[in-house]
Ligand binder design. Structure first.
Ligand code: ISL
Length: 647
């Protein structure tokens, strides 16, 4: 069989959306410029030659892995087309989203776990902030091995969070206030306790056996029996679990209790479409689709390339992060699940770890009727860094990242703009570290991040607590960490010979637990989150950074965030207009203009990305300051911000 990479030149790889994003991702991890690969010498190299030359450095087979991906996806990078005016105007394009992590938002019954009634009690708060759409992290029935991301029943509410009647009341409460609500749909995998999986292992050759990736084999008494391939889990260890009662290996890309669904099976796809229709009928306005780019696995589940596995930290990822039938599955779900009365309605925002700019454009191209927009995670860490690294995030990287991202997106493309979520430490703490104890700096950075997120061109997703300058927690030890990823990583480090203290020190910087501490509503015991014992430690007691204190303080992060959202609501250019970047040569100042339609105001935004005072860039357009933080008409203080109306 002719090798797949016969004749392919490196420029072909870089002209392909998947190839370009994969190469850019590798360059990002290596902290290298794209010029490394766009120069004619490299660009004209045959992929096979490059693979041979690079083999000593990156190992064999990488070129073939690229060729394989290109062969599976015939698309080429499309040019940005259309215009801002032509781009369709759906409700979500100008909406401000707010992610609620229900478990840590508000407890109403004193069991220490946040619940739906608690969210209902806080809907006026979200409305006052200016939220247009609430995204709930999973509330479905779950054993909570991964805090709800292991669903046991897609049509029932987790007991500790309430009932379906509560959820119906919450949906109505949002709609009555002119807000919308989307749920977190986790359908790459189910809980091992889901009835489908239980039926599958009871009868692996029966109808449900093909709902999952089950493979024969056996670990052997002496453990000599190897799993079906070398894939590793994102939560440590192999991605395969031996199920003795079924005498099968079962695939789990995440925890051993999260069993990957086999989307090649039309019955699985039909089940998911039915779940979507069921929730749409209950009034849900859409979904955030959990790791939805992983659903299509390469046929045969082949071994992962050693070099890619070492570089990315997970073996096998090239066989599923953008699988061969992904477009087909998404389009089918979009049309089967979301077509209400003929028009494509409802929102599908994809959580797509590992997907880069071009793949994101492909998945969210309106012409394809797949996803509406995706989360691109490359903003969360600086080049060459991973979440577990203990380092100081330099905000100047945001100028590089967003200038590249938003310049590459066309008017028909949309970017989800986010800094925090339930899976990552707080961005504010990544920037300031221990300096976050300085309330002035903490407030300045909180406002700067809110300005970038709410004033750039894109769809902002605030995460609970961001609006009050929430920061990471000083967890005292492993017993305060609840996240399966944190605890498994700690166990893996201990098994590798690290002491408890060393293992904890390596887990702490990247622990997802930082984002899952209880919302700080007011000073005092458990910050008004619960009258009981909170499920997760939240030992911060800094003064001035609770909701109650911030709402009363005109110079707080909360008030500034509310004012930014209000400006978006009052001026279309800020919510849905175009963007023109200014002062490209200034490393320290991130400046841009939001452009409107005929007769609409244009707006100038300037952000000091450093902890030093700087002069405003020269040559800015004439503009009247409307909202400012640590700034005047000539200087921008540390992390200072100016939002001005042009003209
Ligand atoms: O945050 C991440 C990438 O930056 C990863 O830690 C995260 O696991 C990955 O993005 C997938 O996350 C989603 O699926 C997981 C679940 O644990 C996460 O909470 C969810 O957001 C498995 O369902």
């Amino acid at each position: 069989m002719a090798r797949r990479d016969a004749g392919i030149r490196f420029r072909d790889v870089y002209a392909h959306p998947v190839g370009r994003d994969a190469v850019d991702k590798i360059l990002l991890q290596l902290g290298r410029s794209p010029r490394w690969v766009t120069n004619p010498l490299v660009a004209n190299l045959r992929l096979r030659t490059l693979g041979t030359l690079a083999a000593p450095l990156i190992g064999p087979g990488v070129a073939d892995a690229f060729a394989h991906i290109l062969a599976e996806h015939p698309e080429r990078i499309g040019q940005a087309t259309g215009s801002d005016e032509q781009a369709k105007r759906s409700w979500w394009e100008s909406a401000v989203f707010y992610q609620v992590y229900p478990r840590s938002f508000q407890d109403s019954d004193g069991d220490g776990i946040g619940d739906l009634r608690g969210i209902i009690d806080r809907l006026d708060y979200l409305h006052d902030l200016g939220v247009d759409c609430v995204w709930l992290s999973p509330i479905f029935d779950s054993p909570n091995e991964d805090m709800g991301y292991d669903v046991r029943d897609y049509r029932a509410v987790m007991t500790e969070m309430g009932t379906l009647a509560d959820l119906d009341e919450l949906i109505a409460g949002c709609h009555d206030r002119g807000m919308r609500i989307i749920l977190d749909l986790v359908v790459n995998h189910t809980s091992a306790q889901h009835e489908w999986f239980q039926a599958a292992i009871a009868d692996p050759d029966g109808p449900y056996g093909d709902y999952y990736h089950l493979r024969p084999g056996a670990p052997g008494e002496d453990g000599s029996g190897a799993p079906p391939n070398n894939w590793t889990s994102f939560f440590s260890g192999s991605a395969w679990r031996w199920i003795p009662e079924a005498e099968r290996w079962a695939l789990h890309l995440f925890a051993p209790e999260q069993m990957d669904l086999n989307w090649e099976n039309p019955a699985v796809r039909a089940e998911v479409a039915d779940i979507v229709r069921w929730w749409r009928a209950r009034g849900i306005d859409g979904f955030r689709m959990d790791v939805i780019n992983y659903i299509s696995k390469r046929a045969g589940l082949p071994d992962g390339n050693e070099a890619i596995g070492r570089l990315m930290g997970f073996f096998g990822i090239e066989n599923y992060f953008f699988g061969p039938r992904l477009h087909e599955y998404l389009h089918e779900l979009r049309t089967a699940g979301f077509t209400g009365g003929g028009a494509l309605d409802g929102l599908m925002v994809g959580e797509t770890p590992g997907v880069g700019i071009e793949m994101g454009r492909l998945l969210s191209d309106p012409e394809r009727a797949e996803l509406d927009l995706v989360f691109n995670f490359d903003v969360l860490e600086m080049p060459g860094r991973i979440r577990w690294d203990d380092y100081s995030y330099d905000l100047r990287y945001l100028k590089t990242y967003y200038t590249q991202l938003l310049t590459r997106l066309g008017p028909g493309d949309h970017a989800a703009l986010f800094f925090d979520n339930h899976d990552n430490p707080r961005m504010l703490s990544k920037v300031l570290g221990a300096r976050a104890d300085d309330p002035r700096l903490r407030t300045a950075v909180g406002k700067a991040l809110a300005t970038i997120q709410l004033m750039l061109r894109g769809v902002p997703f605030l995460f609970q607590g961001q609006e009050i300058g929430a920061i990471d927690q000083d967890f005292a030890g492993l017993d305060e960490l609840r996240d399966v990823e944190s605890r498994n990583r700690h166990a893996e480090l201990r098994a590798a010979g690290h002491s408890d203290a060393e293992a904890f020190a390596q887990v702490l910087p990247g622990a997802r637990d930082h984002a899952r501490t209880p919302m700080r509503w007011e000073p005092g015991t458990h910050s008004g989150f619960t009258t009981g014992a909170p499920w997760q430690a939240g030992n911060e007691n800094s003064i001035g950074f609770t909701v109650a204190e911030q709402m009363d303080e005109p110079d707080s992060v909360w008030s500034f965030t509310r004012d930014l959202i209000r400006l978006r609501r009052e001026h279309r250019a800020l919510a849905a207009g175009g963007i023109r970047f200014l002062a490209p040569r200034s490393r320290d100042c991130f400046a841009w203009v939001r452009t409107g339609g005929e007769g609409e105001d244009e707006w100038l935004i300037e952000v000091n990305l450093t902890d030093r005072q700087i002069s405003r860039p020269r040559g800015m357009p004439k503009a009247e300051p409307v909202l400012a933080s640590a700034a005047d008409d000539s200087m921008l203080g540390p992390y200072g911000v100016l939002v001005s109306r042009c003209g």
